[in-house]
Design a protein around this ligand. Structure first.
Ligand code: PHE
Length: 478
């Protein structure tokens, strides 16, 4: 066994779980999950997303953590070392490079969304959200975005805070922040779900989230669900792999993966359960887009006792959750510059920060001055999101599982994952056959290159098996 020596380790036994959960739980759960679920029509999307987490997200996460720990370094270095141990082709390092690029690109638009959360914490306090209708709150959101200085100011603040924390070295800050933020966020979400229960829209919201409508399964929705599984678990973006490289040898990769994935999924579902009832109770369109939570939640806070205090606390916690995710997006780049080129963390953070500020400025301007600049139908903000979530991360995911499942010697992953035989066999089966094939099918389907409709096909086969005696009558496929 030739493991690299660790350079940094998490400070406590819970360090990795706290930090990885901090990375995973963020705006993806509270902002993006509800709004894309709304756009893609609810239950069917939720089911596809959950299936992607199970069949792809969890195996990919285990693989990334194991490779990170084995190679002990930034994605490029860690993959490089593991491949070298295997006498393999150094070109695999490109997978690490693409992941780091994806993490960086995500951060460029993430700071804008995190800026919304920060701004709304203040807006809750100063009474700017006192409007009593969804339309009026929509107006507040639009007015906020129309002012480049205001929107840009908040984005820059988030970017600077992120860079400052990363420059100082992340472990201690993250572990401490996540330790109180995560339980706090869960309590706030539970309170909001409790409120949603009394809002009059709970059953409509619940049905929307959990009732399955097969006609909503389209190639585009599948790609969105797949991309979101990667986004929400911080996969193929350098984050989890780099954090994995700080994981002590004696901790179980599988156990940590499950804890992180379960926490992340619960937060997303809780956010959905809190938000959709409020949306239906107020006659709002669930497909309202990226402003969804900012237009709906303030209404709930206005109507509940101590609403202002809850609202401030809620948006403050979402802001912290966003920060603990943002940090993880750029940690890989800073770790790489620091290890490989001997640049101090401070200089590495400052250098990458300069690039970040320029690109995030373009993302921020997509909401005002550059709103009309929409090459191929998307503005700059949407392009960053689309390219990373839909293409770069799933593509990185395929390569990571191919590397672990086919290219590496069996004993490397077996040793690193340290699973009982059945668990290992299951993991291997997933990374060899299930995850890459599923990602490929979704890609081909989204590109319109698959003539058969795989989903309808499976749906049909399952239906035929379940009701083989009466399929002609009850499924209409006879
Ligand atoms: N998982 C984070 C969230 O849900 C986003 C993220 C993506 C973090 C990629 C790191 C890397 O908000």
């Amino acid at each position: 066994m030739t493991r690299e020596k660790p350079k940094n380790l998490w400070l406590s036994r819970w360090g990795f779980i706290l930090a990885a959960t901090g990375s995973a739980v963020g705006l993806g759960n509270i902002w993006k999950f509800p709004y894309i679920t709304g756009e893609y029509g609810g239950g069917a999307f939720v089911l596809m997303y959950l299936a992607c987490i199970l069949a792809i997200g969890i195996p990919v996460m285990m693989t990334e953590i194991a490779i990170g720990r084995r190679g002990r370094g930034s994605p490029i270095d860690a993959i490089g070392r593991v491949v070298k141990e295997n006498n393999g082709n150094p070109l695999w390092k490109a997978v690490g490079g693409m992941a780091m690029l994806a993490g960086f690109m995500i951060l460029c638009f993430y700071v804008v969304v995190a800026g919304w959360a920060f701004a709304y914490t203040v807006k809750m306090l100063d009474g700017s959200l006192a409007a009593t209708s969804v339309e009026a709150l929509g107006g507040v959101f639009e007015a906020h975005n129309a002012k480049p200085w205001q929107l840009g100011g908040w984005s820059v603040l988030v970017a600077l805070l992120t860079l400052w924390i990363v420059a100082k070295g992340v472990q201690k800050g993250i572990e401490n922040a996540v330790r109180w933020m995560m339980p706090g966020l869960a309590v706030m979400l539970l309170i909001l779900v409790g409120y949603a229960f009394t809002s009059g829209g709970f059953s409509a919201g619940f049905d929307f989230l959990f009732s399955f409508d097969a006609s909503k399964i389209t190639g585009e929705a599948l790609l969105a669900a797949l991309g979101h599984a990667f986004f929400t678990l911080s996969l193929a973006s350098g984050a989890i792999l780099t954090y994995g490289s700080y994981l002590p040898d004696n901790q179980s990769v599988a156990r940590t993966t499950f804890v992180v994935a379960i926490c992340d999924t619960c937060v997303a579902l809780l956010a959905g359960l809190a938000i959709f009832p409020i949306i239906f109770a107020n006659g709002m369109n669930p497909g309202a887009g990226p402003g969804l939570i900012f237009m709906s939640l303030p209404l709930a806070f206005q109507q509940m006792p101590f609403g202002t205090a809850f609202g401030v606390l809620f948006f403050a916690m979402v802001s912290v959750a966003a920060l603990t995710s943002a940090i993880s997006m750029i940690e890989a780049t800073v770790a790489y510059l620091n290890e490989k080129h001997g640049i101090s963390r401070l200089k590495a953070a400052a250098g990458s920060g300069a690039v970040l500020l320029v690109i995030s400025l373009l993302a921020m301007l997509s909401f005002n001055l550059l709103a009309g600049w929409t090459p191929l139908g998307k503005n700059f903000f949407d392009w960053l999101d689309y390219l990373t979530s839909r293409w770069m991360m799933p593509l990185g995911g395929i390569f990571i599982v191919l590397l672990a499942g086919y290219a590496l010697r069996d004993e490397i992953m077996r040793d690193e994952l340290n699973l009982p035989p059945l668990g290992y066999a299951l993991w291997l089966f997933m990374v060899r056959y299930v995850s890459p094939v599923l990602i490929l099918v979704v890609f081909l389907h989204a590109l319109g290159w698959l003539m058969i409709d795989p989903v309808a096909q499976w749906y049909w086969i399952a239906g035929a098996l379940v009701c083989s005696r009466c399929s002609a009558r009850c499924c209409g496929h006879g």
